[in-house]
Design a binder for this molecule. Sequence first.
Ligand code: DX5
Length: 251
Amino acid sequence: MTESNPKKSFSVYRPIQIIPSVLPADWANMGGCVKDLEEAGVDRIQFDVMDGNFVPNLTFGPEMIAACRKYCNVPFETQLMVSQYNCETMLEAYVEATKGPNGEPGVVIAHAEANIHLHRVLGRIRDLGGSPSVALNPHTPFEMISNIMDMVDHVLVMTVNPGFGGQAYIPTMLNKIRKIRQFVIENNLNVDIEVDGGIKANWTISQCAEAGANCFIAGSGMFAYPSLKKGCDELRSVALDAQNGKIISEP
Ligand code: DX5
């Protein structure tokens, strides 16, 4: 709900969610990994689907995601870094695989750049029982999705060029995050803002949280810790501090 005073409501942040990417995990033990991530206290788990077409890298399809479901109850999120052909043709399988243990909607993220029929794809994700969301590569302006903001539950602002983990965070995405946050408030939308790429428990998550992001995808920034729980707790703590005005500035 947006309060009457937009300025005041901008300061009303949305709950922090820590969402590890499985990219750096031990894929030969992915079931054990998602169980460990659930025990570490994460809010959701992101599966980076890559087809070697939309991005150079190649990862896995819906079967890997579906196979992980029985190992944990935590919600899943599927980022479709794939061509329009794969996204449209396999959409039902991705939505089904991403659902919760009792069929709850899972977050399915379509890339604005990969889908010339983005409005139709997002509508289909909702119709199939998923939680439709949209991702923007670093070069893509917010205006490319302003006409479908009423259809999504999350907007993912990529803070790296998609395809690989361990890349350097791109700090110039902050204005895009702020613009989306302002649009969400002014239009009284119930939309989370996610960031993905180079997010660590330092100035990166801090400035993104201050700018209005509330969902944080971390791969290397999470798996670098000896304990996944420590990683999750540190990421959450820095983001919460930023929402409370304690910002870590860029070095
Ligand atoms: C990019 C990938 C990565 C991954 C997170 O396509 O989606 O952003 O999830 O990688 P780190 O946290 O290592 O940058």
